[in-house]
Design a protein around this ligand. Structure first.
Ligand code: ADP
Length: 516
């Protein structure tokens, strides 16, 4: 495992310089667990050497300057809650972790154009509270867990479950500090009068925004994020399928409903294990050490509201439009043998306090309730890794990835828990590899089996859309068209922008020249 040993004494000298620059109170050297990976296996694992807590863009620039002077690497996170993918831990152990948690202001809300400008430490909870506090009528989009940051999530291509749930696609404008401390604003922010910064995403010339996602080319210090008007009607729906045979048919029926916008949000489809895990632990259903048997899965599926597969989705908008789409969806989905559809309906302008976390998340109301899903094996000590591949919304693809990941998990004695997040014409199948972090053997198996999924999935054309720290090199290697042209391009840009190789070495398999 890469560590800081190559940097000798320079870390200690840099540490003192960091303290002098941003204040000793903002440099942590002890109790760093909250900035690492909460789910690592026993023994050596990715961990920061110290945590830096800048409070301003000037602090960020100072940190980069010191890192360049001493050649000591940094690893950026916003909240560092990237659970299932390594949390806030750096790829190179002993690195300075730059946590942007203190830069947590909502700088602007544009009620007319439905946009907000936020700093990187702003959590989904914070943005929500801010909107309520200022009396905004706007809704936002949140992922399953509200404790992550709006910016960190978008930069990782994270998702939410509203019509603006593709968070990166729904950002507009960034401010980025480059490795040499220079500050760039993307899009229309390139003009000194930022009149259009948050409403028009391009500029006249290349678009740079994508370059700062899942990369190590800069530290994003501001971002514009989309909001949307409270709809007249909010109608969250459920589709349950009581069998596995028609899983493929279901995806075929779903695809056109997504592409033509009948279902406007990002639905999530979960299997029986995942559905049960949202409400309780495995031992409520099965105590055996082998993978959960078919008859128990059928028992779970027979529980009211569950199925072998369950999809949550929602409709938003004017009452007649919602009513029309509701009928269209009911007709299409109930034609699938074993399929059933149900809806709830709320006044979007006067939303009541929603208790069901699934109803909350699709209305952009943050919560932590769905953290329960990772407690299947280990309760409070439960961990998970996401093995997350993108593919078409198609029966043959859904079946192929289901069978591949389920078989590999079951061979190692682990249950198959799956969450499929559906976009307009693609879906991300997340094999939620759940384990008990107190059980060393099971934890090791979980990491090994996730790695074992990479190659067979790539053979079928499925690449991870986001990767755990521990597999970033392997995932990058599988993007192998034309002798890994993407990685070669990434390396050329890395060398140009960050010649000292100080920013997040190894992020997404992009290493500075010195490490290659
Ligand atoms: P979250 O805030 O959702 O917990 P993290 O802070 O863990 O997300 O960020 C996830 C990943 O996104 C980080 O590992 C880092 O690579 C990248 N990232 C997060 N914030 C920034 C940022 N402000 N600038 C550049 N990259 C970032």
């Amino acid at each position: 495992m890469e560590d800081m040993s190559r940097h000798g004494d320079s870390f200690a000298t840099a540490l003192e310089a960091m303290k002098a620059s941003i204040g000793a109170d903002n440099v942590l050297t002890q109790d760093l667990a909250d900035y690492g990976d909460p789910f690592g296996p026993p023994g050596e694992w990715y961990r920061p050497g110290a945590v830096l807590l800048p409070s301003s863009v000037e602090d960020v620039q100072a940190i980069l300057r010191i890192a360049n002077e001493h050649g000591t690497p940094l690893w950026t996170s916003s909240q560092g809650r990237n659970k299932g993918y390594g949390g806030g831990a750096p790829r190179v152990s002993g690195t300075f972790a730059v946590s942007l948690r203190r830069m947590n202001k909502v700088l602007e809300v544009d009620e007319e154009n439905c946009m907000a400008l936020v700093e990187p430490g702003v959590r989904f909870f914070d943005l929500y509270d801010h909107l309520r506090k200022i009396g905004s009528r706007l809704w936002m989009s949140v992922p399953d867990l509200g404790a992550g940051s709006v910016i960190g999530n978008a930069l990782e291509h994270g998702v939410g479950y509203t019509p603006i749930g593709d968070h990166f696609a729904n950002h507009c404008g960034m401010e980025v500090v480059l490795p040499d401390g220079d500050i760039v604003r993307t899009g229309m922010g390139g003009m000194s009068n930022p009149h259009n910064w948050l409403i028009y995403p391009h500029s006249c010339g290349p678009s740079w925004d994508g370059m700062f996602t899942q990369s190590n080319y800069g530290i994003v210090t501001k971002m514009g994020v989309s909001l949307f008007p409270a709809p007249e009607v909010y109608a969250p729906g459920w589709f349950t399928l009581d069998n596995e045979e028609h899983f493929g048919t279901f995806l075929e029926v779903l695809r056109p409903l997504m592409i033509d916008g009948t279902i406007p949000n990002q639905p999530m489809i979960i299997n029986a294990v995942c559905a049960a895990s949202a409400f309780g632990e495995r031992k409520q259903w099965y105590e055996g050490k082998d993978p959960i048997p078919e008859e128990v899965l059928d028992r779970i599926a027979a529980t009211p509201g569950f199925g072998r597969w369950v999809m949550r989705f929602a409709l938003y908008g004017d009452a007649p439009v919602v009513a029309h789409n509701r009928t269209k969806i009911e007709r299409a989905l109930t034609a699938i043998p074993g399929g059933a559809v149900s809806f709830d309906q709320y006044d979007g302008q006067n939303l009541p306090e929603l208790t069901n976390p699934h109803h909350r998340v699709q209305a952009g109301v943050p919560s932590m309730a769905l953290d329960q899903m990772t407690r299947w094996y280990g309760g409070e000590e439960g961990g998970h890794i996401g093995f997350s591949c993108a593919m078409p919304i198609a029966g043959k693809d859904g079946i192929a990835i289901r069978d591949l990941t389920r078989n590999l998990l079951n061979e190692r004695g682990l249950d198959y828990s799956a969450a499929i997040i559906v976009g307009k014409r693609s879906m991300i199948h997340v094999a939620l590899v759940v384990f008990d972090t107190k059980n060393d053997q099971q934890t090791r198996e979980a990491y090994a089996v996730t790695k074992a999924m990479l190659e067979p999935a790539a053979k079928l054309g499925y690449g991870e859309y986001r990767s755990h720290l521990d597999f970033m090199d392997e995932v990058a290697a599988l993007y192998d068209f034309n002798n890994n042209a993407q990685r070669r391009l990434a390396e050329r840009i890395k060398d140009c922008l960050d010649p000292n190789g100080i920013l997040s070495p190894g992020k997404q398999g992009i290493w500075p020249a010195d490490y290659r």
